[in-house]
Design a protein around this ligand. Structure first.
Ligand SMILES: Cc1cc2nc3c(=O)[nH]c(=O)nc-3n(C[C@H](O)[C@H](O)[C@H](O)COP(=O)(O)O)c2cc1C
Length: 213
């Protein structure tokens, strides 16, 4: 892909308001997009998230009123709720270190310095860090990764923040599991008559946003 093609894909992407309910992502495309969530980077690599793919139609219907009645919830081919770890703690670090040692085939002790640094971060975060905000920010990285990847594959998306997180948590059984709803992502294909598709892309001028120092 050349730079022009990349920009074309990104200009093609827009917040899809009306999905074609009849068009579904094929299994390979969906499996690939799940991998993009998995491959998203996170601070320290801690992956303080869960991605709940709502396959159940009745559950999707139940989420509709909790999502400001935005139809993307029920019309999109796929709907993913991005949840972040609530109250991250040393055992999250331990779990991650265990996995890292396993994947790298390295003795746990060789990761002791890394574990110590992460543990002290979660036990006593720097003054500017509020841990539950920090974990939520990680979830948005995954959101962006999946959205851009989808655009590159010609899949439409709409990020969804217009929802009631506490009610999502209750319905999805997140309460008591140590995770909380941050946002969601609808994926599928635009309806032919989605008026938002033809709206010109509106952004500030590049120079108003990007500064070279
Ligand atoms: C985190 C986030 C949450 C959003 N929540 C909603 C939403 O609940 N419903 C909706 O229709 N659009 C939602 N949007 C879409 C934005 O309104 C849209 O991305 C923005 O206006 C820019 O337009 P574009 O994506 O078409 O370029 C959300 C976007 C982001 C990034």
């Amino acid at each position: 892909m050349n730079p022009q093609e990349l920009l074309e894909r990104l200009r093609w992407r827009y917040a899809t308001k009306k999905f074609d309910p009849a068009r579904k992502l094929d299994a390979e495309t969906w499996a690939t997009l799940e991998q993009t969530l998995l491959l998203s980077p996170s601070s320290y690599g801690l992956q303080p998230w869960k991605f709940l793919v709502i396959d159940d139609r009745a559950l999707r219907e139940a989420l509709l009123p909790l999502t400001w009645n935005q139809r993307q919830v029920v019309d999109a081919s796929h709907y993913v709720v991005l949840a972040a770890r609530k109250g991250i703690e040393p055992r999250d670090v331990e779990r991650w270190i265990g996995r890292l040692a396993e994947v790298r085939g390295a003795p746990r002790e060789s990761l002791a310095g890394y574990e110590k640094a992460m543990t002290s971060f979660v036990v006593k975060p720097p003054a500017h860090v509020v841990l539950d905000d920090w974990t939520a920010r990680q979830a948005y990285i995954a959101l962006g990764f999946a959205m851009e990847s989808a655009a590159l594959l010609g899949v439409d998306t709409c990020a969804m923040e217009g929802l009631e997180p506490a009610k999502y948590d209750a319905l999805l059984g997140l309460e008591g599991r140590g995770y909380r709803t941050i946002c969601a992502l609808a994926l599928g294909y635009r309806a032919a008559d989605d008026r938002n598709a033809t709206n010109p892309k509106a952004r500030f001028a590049l120079g108003d946003v990007v500064e070279h120092l």
